[in-house]
Write a protein of this length. Structure first.
Length: 294
């Protein structure tokens, strides 16, 4: 089954992949990715998703935790979080599906089960998940069937994720009033206003929590404190401005909310390994904020 799924994904990539090895499909939230070579370290913002690895291996770090996943594994991410990733074994091929909280809520209510989990975890891919993914890919070879059949297959895939090895972690996304969804409201505010000072009280208010409760649940969901999360957002955007738009280091620093260029330089170097100007000079092409880093 896995070999057949790999064949179909590679066939789709051969026809549709862009220069970065990424191919969005007509099924919303379903993306195929490949890389012929191991890559350097990439920084980006992950969204709640599941990634089925069909070839190769990759490492992903979120906060202080690091996960390695390889062919036959699936990686689950349950929150919008800054991540550091690197393909360590190539060729690398994966199939990524964005998770739909509304579908998860409906299914969780029907299944009448509750659990908590980590922000990111890797497990062996359940056979039912791989089988449903295979049927999704087969739909793409019959485009007329996609509008009619894809929604039920996406829902089925969510079900098998909930029922399988990832179930304990993924159910945290399934309740609109739960801690994960409250934290998500604060993350939305952080992503929209990362360049402005954001007191923890305002973020806690957006999440409908006390400051102390918010801080605890935010770290549990993202592996970062709110201040660390904002700093990562600022540095990733500053790097994008420098790489993609040719903005100077000082201009990028001020644009993302830093008041001190020296502080920006220190924090940039700690995160990316090089001072901003050396990093920009050494980049061959712009990478930006890769929303499909998996």
């Amino acid at each position: 089954m896995t070999d057949t799924l790999l064949t179909l994904v590679l066939r789709y990539l051969d026809t549709h992949a862009d220069a970065d090895g990424l191919a969005q499909t007509p099924i919303a939230g379903l993306t195929t990715i490949r890389s012929a070579e191991p890559t350097g370290i990439q920084h980006g913002i992950a969204r709640p998703l599941v990634c089925l690895v069909l070839q190769g291996a990759k490492q992903v770090a979120i906060g202080e935790s690091c996960v390695t996943y390889a062919a036959g594994d699936s990686l689950l991410i349950t929150a919008d979080v800054p991540i550091i990733s690197q393909i360590v074994v190539a060729p690398y091929t994966s199939l990524v599906l964005d998770l739909d909280p509304a579908v998860l809520f409906e299914l969780t209510a029907q299944m009448r089960t509750l659990a908590q989990g980590e922000g990111a975890r890797a497990e062996s891919t359940d056979a039912e998940v791989a089988d449903t993914a295979l049927r999704l890919m087969r739909l793409l070879e019959r485009p007329a069937s996609v509008p009619v059949l894809h929604a039920q297959l996406v829902r089925e895939l969510h079900y098998w994720l909930l029922a399988g090895r990832h179930g304990a972690a993924i159910r945290r996304l399934g309740g609109p009033g739960g801690h994960a969804q409250r934290v998500a409201r604060a993350v939305t505010l952080l992503r929209a206003e990362y360049a402005r000072p954001l007191p923890v009280e305002r973020l806690a208010s957006a999440a409908g929590m006390s400051a102390s409760s918010f801080h605890h649940h935010f770290r549990a969901a993202t592996s970062l404190s709110p201040l660390q999360f904002q700093k990562h957002l600022r540095l990733i955007e500053a790097r994008r401005l420098m790489m993609s738009d040719g903005v100077s280091a000082s201009s990028a620093a001020f644009a993302v909310g830093y008041e001190s260029v020296s502080q920006f330089t220190r924090e940039y170097g700690r995160m990316f390994g090089l001072p901003p100007m050396k990093d920009a000079a050494g980049r061959i092409h712009a990478s930006g904020v890769d929303e499909a880093v998996l």
